[in-house]
Write a protein that binds this ligand. Sequence first.
Ligand SMILES: [Zn+2]
Length: 145
Amino acid sequence: MSRKDAYKLIEEVRSYTCKKVNLSDYINEYSEAEQEELDIEFELLGVSNGFLSEVICTITGQKVEVYGEVETLFPCPCCGYRTLTESFNPKEGTGYDICPYCNWEDDGTTDIQSYRAINKGSILDYRNKLRSNLNKYYLNKWLKK
Ligand SMILES: [Zn+2]
């Protein structure tokens, strides 16, 4: 199955689920408004084909290999996963992407011990949070450098 078909299937299942299942029975802070804003292709930009295969297997019960080129994203300076759609560059006015994996906001920081007000902590603090909570952070979704 191509990545494009994987996106399409996930989107169709999500749309069906949102109409047929009362999600607030399962999700405490379920927000219908937030649900409508999400764009599957943007949400899954740069995730590994293996991750998409797992999602497809979870929702269909079928083992399917997903193929296709993974969109090339920029590596997060904190966790190292390729999760950012733009790199920090004040001259071009790009950056300040928030990593969907570790939540670090890329403000151009390279010193891992430097406290950043925008992030309310340092890169080191964020890395320690990842290490101390391995059960929360899924390792297979994003590609490393
Ligand atoms: Zn990150």
